[in-house]
Ligand binder design. Structure first.
Ligand SMILES: [Zn+2]
Length: 198
């Protein structure tokens, strides 16, 4: 039996990742129907199983389902706090919360970036999910900035509903020209770049 190594390549092994040693940001992005909220809920559930204190926030603008839950398209849901402004998260966060989930981040105002940075800087794990492109195929500025600032970026793809290729765009089927248009299956389809129409 060899003795447990305490020195690796001349360095001490890194301390295990722990919220008390410094937080970080994770972001899950993709088009509609790419499973972003499901992935967010999955990560939050694992943290809860490990008895970490979790709080979840969503924008009061996101009125697709109940205000006190985030819900994926397959109707898996988890309790959340709906806030009108990004900065409201800082007044609603409990001091002992270790993991912060934020769903549909594109609905928030630009302050959400500073809010996420502050929460991670306080040593919390921040997990964000949201659309990376609007219905015109243009990047959402807040999502793009959060992707640049996050330690971990996951890009989910849906399946194009016309041709079956990997899809990273959300085709609006009806409705107005507002960039943030709340809706789900009745208004949007996942499309690949070839089938997407501006
Ligand atoms: Zn296609």
């Amino acid at each position: 039996m060899s003795k447990r190594k305490t020195v690796v390549n001349g360095h001490r092994p890194a301390a295990p990742m722990s919220w008390s040693h410094g937080g970080w940001m994770e972001i899950v992005v993709g088009s509609m129907f790419s499973g972003k909220t499901q992935e967010l809920i999955r990560r939050l559930r694992l943290a809860q199983i490990a008895r970490q204190k979790v709080q979840v926030f969503n924008s009061a603008l996101d009125v697709r389902y109940a205000k006190d839950h985030i819900v994926s398209h397959d109707l898996v849901k988890t309790p959340s706090i709906a806030v009108a402004k990004a900065k409201d998260i800082l007044t609603r966060i409990d001091s002992d919360t270790q993991v912060v989930g934020i769903d549909e981040v594109q609905f928030f105002d630009a302050d959400i970036i500073a809010v996420c940075e502050k929460l991670a800087g306080e040593g919390r794990r921040v997990i964000v999910a949201g659309l990376d492109q609007d219905f015109r195929g243009e990047p959402f500025e807040t999502t793009a900035r959060l992707m640049a600032l996050s330690e971990f970026v996951t890009k989910n793809l849906a399946i194009c509903m016309l041709c079956g290729n990997p899809a990273n765009r959300s085709q609006r089927l009806s409705g107005g020209r507002k960039v943030v248009e709340v809706g789900a299956a009745d208004k949007y389809e996942a499309r690949c770049r070839r089938c997407f129409k501006r």
